[in-house]
Design a binder for this molecule. Sequence first.
Ligand code: ARG
Length: 391
Amino acid sequence: MTPVPTDVMPRSLSAHPPAQVENTGEIDIAEAEDFVRQHHTEHPDLGPVEARLAEVHAEIAATGTYRHTTAELTFGARVAWRNSSRCIGRLYWRSLKVRDQREVSAPADVAKECVEHLRVATNKGKIRPVITVFAPAEPGTHAPQIDNEQIIRYAAYRGTDGGVLGDARNLALTELALKRGWKPPATRGPFDVLPLMVTCKGHEPALVEIAADDVLEVSLSHPDFPWLGTLGVKWHAVPAISNMRLRIGGIDYPSAPFNGWYMGTEIGARNLADSDRYDLLPYLAKRMGLDMSSEATLWRDRALVELNRAVLHSFAEAGVTITDHHTESQRFLTHLEREEAAGRSCPADWSWIVPPVSGGLTPVYHRYYDTDELLPNFFPASKPSGCPVAH
Ligand code: ARG
């Protein structure tokens, strides 16, 4: 890696906090230029930057936008990952496989390609980090938007008693699916996969079911508690965020689903444990026979550790890629050292990087991080149209 001297640090890296970058339909020429320069700085083999800059300027003057080369799209998507300050798993940012689907904008085709994304990423359990980039937002055309927060989301149904069956995080998304005509399974369960919902102005919205064969799931079992394996608890293998906007060199890609592999705590300490998600800890503690008469017995913590053991154990048994928070914390610090050695800042959000269990046992806890926001990057999507509650 060629170090980036700070005196030629692209303007957008300091002067344009990305959180304020909105898609106005007009290209920010300075941001486009900064990106092209950054690409050439980090890839000196590309030759002098002037020729490409002249092309980009001419294209913007003629059409109001420009089209990334395949190399720019690949570099931009990888750097957007590298700049994701909430992600602990960035060591492998260079390995991101970029699927160029910029010609695709019809909702049904986007949904179909999301399923293909899942197949490529799942790879029979040997998870590959993948991003699929769909049509960009361009003047005069409309870009597709995926309503699902992730390609795989489990439905949530509110019962008459006010309780929730399924993943309560997805109550609004489930409501939206039902409103758009989704027929849930005859027998509703806690792990019903929601259909993909994609919209694009000027097109019919799409609602596409994902076939069970395309969703690799891992049933939970525990190395010491056989009863845990009989509860029917499971999770999906691929976390693929599908509602964030990818921004590269002034161009917005509102649909660009991407995935890595799971760190166990995401499932064991959040999805299955949070009291507003699957809330499994009180049940597990009871089954473990723990003394739950007071918080001071640490029954929650003891159940939490066993749930996290179950997640790591089950994924390993099933041959599905996963990582634990100790290993991943060390890898993150390796990444940070490499970035610093390359002369780059590595922005990180402490509150997201520190794992939700045993924080102080991991080395990422015991330091502070740069907090400047860099471009390219991923940004939260606006809430889906017709979605009653933000999610
Ligand atoms: N935390 C989210 C989940 O539990 C996934 C976020 C992305 N995670 C990842 N390992 N790439 O589904």
